[in-house]
Design a protein around this ligand. Sequence first.
Ligand code: FES
Length: 539
Amino acid sequence: MPVLHVRTNGGAREIPFLAGACVRAILIANGLGVRSDCGGVGSCGHCRVQILSGEMPPPNSVEIRRLRPEQLNHGLRLACELFPTSDLTLWVPALAESVRWQLLAEDDLVAIEIPSDNEAGDGLGAAVDLGTTHIRVSVWDLGTQVRLGARMCLNPQLAFGSDVMTRLVAARGSSDAAAQISRLASQAIGGAIEQIVESAGRGSARLCQATIVGNTAMLALLSKQGCELLLKPEYWTREVDFQPATVADLKEDLRVGSSGAVSLIPSVAGFVGSDLLAGLLATELTKQAKPAMLIDFGTNSEMALWDGGTLWTTSAAGGPAFEGTGITCGMSAEEGAIFRVEDVGGYLQCDVIGYGAAKGVCGSGLVDVIACLLRRGALSRGGRFSHEISLAGFSICDNDGGVLLSPRDVDAFQRAKGAVGAGTADLLEKAGLEVRDIRRLCVCGAFGQHLNVPNAQAVGLVPQVPVEAVELWANSAIAGCELMLLSGARRSECGKLRAMAKNINLACEASFEKRFIDNLSLQPFEARRLEDKQCLMRS
Ligand code: FES
């Protein structure tokens, strides 16, 4: 059997493999996930490996299209396009983020009001927000109602694609892949629970309850149920049952005791998941008479509009740009990320999380830099750089090879924004409301933590409501999940929200494509709607 000799920053591995197997698959199967945002179809160009020795045919047309000539000259190839038949030695420069948990301090979390009907009993319980890009976990002492700790990490399922569709297709491809995708998440969550429990001095105690919220696809991938249905458009408006046939494996991975329970909170319908319902619980959006909106920016962005009597919901798959992945120098909002950019007299001043050297840019930094370039005329509303910016893109900061904003990144941002803008416009139309009617706007998701609202409004990401009406809720879904972990009454409330939601499937809306295209433009949302109307009146 030939052997793959793998060199990474973390050391060397020797992996025997079947001749003709795909290098990407070999690496993933051996816990060495390379970045593969497209799920291995050759369209993202991120699964780069360098051939150090061994015989391989010359680069194919996909590799020539995705890699620059100098990269090809250095022996860089795409792991998803390599099918070796003999020994090969590789350097893998960009392993998909191994599970690296980041502490979520109390200040990062929502201070939830402990429900008075705490019926969770004694023992330990975990709340989990299983996101497409990030996973958040908190562990509680259910008896004393004290949070023992919380963690966040990149979802290791990113090795199977950055968006839910790519992962669903991978899971459909083979039962092995489906099992692997599921376990990547469950074992990661279990790792966080173990860390928190041990740091709280509770030794190897097991949980009596784990409550999990997430978008429908993420819960289906975790339970390995319903994935197939989510790939059929007729199910995008229906409720999909993803409850697992057995929770024995999940319990084991999540460190839940044999008499404990694992609850996957049911979704609304289609891709509108229980993370949105949890966000609605935490923000209490529907407890007011005036119209209010919640936008949870993510790889699969979810939106809810409360018009005072009806709850409208929808979701839009915009790609992972808001979460800082899928862009050239993107990263999540953690140490080393440029999270704020200001134009100070023509010079861009970058603030970095942790105050050290910049390693990349997260979603809020991306919004700021785009807004700054728009204001100084270096970027057009259509997303084109002016002539003085090099073809490779704009250098946000010159540190250690630089943090670059490429034309492709601007395009990814515009697409993500276009999808959310189209969803927002659609919900407003369904409710018969205008942007000016919205009295409260909750911006949720990690992205919301450092968001500069005027900048987000200038690029058309957030509707033009008064700045004081915008609330930033970085961790609303985990907060709502915690409420459900602690209270049966809040779980019932979640059920009522689910029952009352009128869910819109944007893919079935005739106006979606036009709205998506309108919202690609980097200009304020309200202005564009008015132009839209004038345009419609003229036609
Ligand atoms: S090009 Fe995307 S995984 Fe290979």
